[in-house]
Design a protein around this ligand. Structure first.
Ligand code: NAD
Length: 305
């Protein structure tokens, strides 16, 4: 069998590269442009990307040898999966690699809201000492509403239980056994929104979840409630969120993901009661290493037949 060739088009952890080198010739070109990729891809059996490189239909059609498109991470939004499937090309990813990391970031954002950490940090750096301005709340004893209890939502459950939180879950697709095993109360969305002190979102963006949280939903929430979104932009209606925050319908929000990324010109940027991060939910050394190793092993398995 001729040697397989793998193109690493976005930077991935070294461990993933060395795994692949055991079975294939590996070319690392993490600055490849879309034009260069169109030309180069014809020589490769597999391509590994993160989110920078777009594997479009045009790229797929220019790749007669291509057998695998691997995303060293979760979302395959940058891959034309339909075009790949039509050509019988496998699209693989590593959804389990980032679950703990995203869960930890979500909890970090909850704490940032509860203790006003971003504002307090800014204030101290401005030379102030405003102890009274930054009275916070404890997570202990509060009700956490988790929308979507899949891989990430489940990791949030385990960790927030240790904080002493009571947990409500809205997820129409999980079994009663899964809920019982996790020791959570499954409920409908309306009850979750009415009763939660913090709501955290862990569902995919689908036609069903687009603007799942909008004007009516914010009206159901407590005025003291916080909402956290580390899933996908578009699940929260950002215009409605802005109005809810401005009008005091809820107390605060933390977002890692946005309808437009970056959220240039968004009115949310003007508000003090929001904490924003630039889609870094999965950005830890451990998650990136695990993602690289998982996809490398899958490619090896396919190559070794
Ligand atoms: P998952 O598929 O394991 O879990 C999703 C859960 O949502 C499932 O239990 C499913 O039953 C539930 N669900 C689906 N539709 C629903 C609906 N309409 N209402 C309520 N529940 C619904 O996914 P995951 O790995 O836990 O990831 C969750 C989200 O996190 C995804 O959108 C993913 O893209 C996002 N994510 C974000 C980052 C980041 O960098 N911020 C990183 C990784 C994943």
């Amino acid at each position: 069998m001729p040697e397989m060739k793998v193109l690493i088009a976005d930077s991935i952890n070294e461990k993933g590269i060395s795994e692949l080198e055991e079975v294939a010739e590996v070319v690392v070109n993490t600055t490849i442009t879309p034009e260069e990729l169109l030309e180069a891809i014809k020589d490769f059996d597999a391509i590994v990307v993160r989110s920078r490189t777009k594997v479009t239909r045009e790229v797929i059609e220019a790749a007669p040898r291509l057998k695998i498109i691997a995303r060293a991470g979760v979302g395959v939004d940058n891959v034309d999966v339909k075009a790949a499937t039509e050509r019988g090309i496998m699209v693989i990813n590593a959804p389990e690699s980032t679950s703990i990391t995203v869960a930890e970031h979500s909890i970090g954002l909850m704490l940032a809201l509860a203790r006003k950490i971003s504002l307090a940090d800014k204030s101290v750096k401005e030379g102030k000492w405003e102890k009274n301005r930054f009275m916070g709340i404890e997570l202990n004893g509060k009700t956490l509403g988790i929308i979507g209890m899949g891989r990430i939502g489940s990791q949030v459950v385990v960790r927030t239980k240790a904080f002493g939180m009571d947990i409500l879950v809205y997820d129409p697709y999980i079994s009663r056994e899964a809920a019982e095993e996790m020791g959570v109360t499954v409920t409908d969305l309306e009850t979750l929104l009415r009763e939660s002190d913090i709501v955290t979102i862990h569902v995919p963006l689908t036609p069903e979840t687009k603007h799942l949280i909008s004007e009516d939903e914010f009206k159901l929430m407590k005025e003291t409630a916080f909402i956290v979104n580390c899933a996908r932009g578009g699940i929260i209606d950002e215009e409605a969120l802005y109005r809810a925050l401005r009008d005091g319908e809820i107390a605060g929000a933390a977002l890692d993901v946005f309808e437009e990324e970056p959220p240039e010109g968004s009115s949310l940027l003007e508000l003090e009661n929001v904490v924003l991060t630039p889609h870094i939910g999965a950005s830890t050394a451990e998650a990136q290493r695990d993602a690289a190793i998982i996809v490398a092993n899958e490619i090896k398995t396919v190559f070794q037949g």
